[in-house]
Design a binder for this molecule. Sequence first.
Ligand code: NAD
Ligand code: ZN
Length: 341
Amino acid sequence: MKALVKAKPEPGLWMQDVPVPSIGINDVLIKVEMTGICGTDLHIHSWDAWAQKTIKVPLVVGHEFVGRVAEVGSNVKDFSPGDIVGGEGHVVCGRCRNCMAGRRVLCKDTQGIGVNRPGAFAEYVALPVTNVWYHDQSLPREVQAAFDPLGNAVHTTLTFPVLGEDVLITGAGPIGLMAVAVARHAGARHVVVSDVNPYRLDLARRMGATRAVDARTERLDDVQKQLGMKEGFDVGLEMSGNRAAFQEMLRAMCHGGRIALLGIPEKEMAIDWSLVIFNMLTIKGIYGREMFETWYQMTVLLQSGVDIRPALTHTFPAAEYEKAFEVLRGGQCGKVLLDWR
Ligand code: NAD
Ligand code: ZN
């Protein structure tokens, strides 16, 4: 099969012929239809320090995907060839304390497809049946392809109650954009989004943001006054991984405010801890999606009117992957998808 392979320990990705993955009795083989490119894939492509210490070459990369069941192992009873499925890319150990307690999101030994085991930028990907998600078959294929990042957005946004609250989202990347729609749908009063990229700020407005703030030229203080906010933001969703953005957020929170931290800083990040202490802030780290409550929530949110399609801006045939990576790197885009059909 054709697959995008990190074949050599140097910048680049290579479309190569590799064997179709073999499956065990509890596995599902999926014929990939569409995939999404994530920041992680950019890191692997450019072979930065994180990629060098994490990725063992050769590796088929990619973890955001939708496809159809091609073949099931002999123990698998509840999926049939042709079903449209997605998959949770975090394969958990099943044996650690948290896994045994049913808290799979907290597994201590998570293996990521396209990072620690063969990924989805390929004609076929294999997954344990416990990781396969049966999609609402009627959802648009590109929306199904975005379940992994949408799950990050849903998990983060619904971590703290947002009904009637004022929500600040720092970073209008694909995940921040989807979080806007989710926070709106979940009943937030104001959803203020900051970024430094005008193209993405425009998308944030289209996703339903009350205000899209250019962090280079506008101050959150002023925005809060314009909106008639008497106190700070109740809920913060950090989705940029940028230190300045996080520091701004800490200053803009109300006393007792709650922050869900998804964005991954490039390196260690100093903050003014006195803001956390005197304002009694709660900060919670978010990793991945809850298995499978977040997947359930995504499905019902989409069925009840959340529309993430404005955030899915580009689709390229898989063969044009270099162009697709280029577009994502340029930032004049929301989610960038590859079509493998
Ligand atoms: P992205 O890199 O496309 O988006 C980040 C956005 O932040 C960009 O649009 C950028 O312009 C913006 N930004 C930069 N400086 C800013 C500033 N000072 N103020 C406001 N915005 C600023 O990423 P994404 O794919 O949308 O993912 C969002 C973040 O979540 C990334 O940091 C990513 O690494 C992280 N992530 C975490 C998990 C997890 O499980 N914790 C999973 C996926 C992604
Ligand atoms: Zn575990």
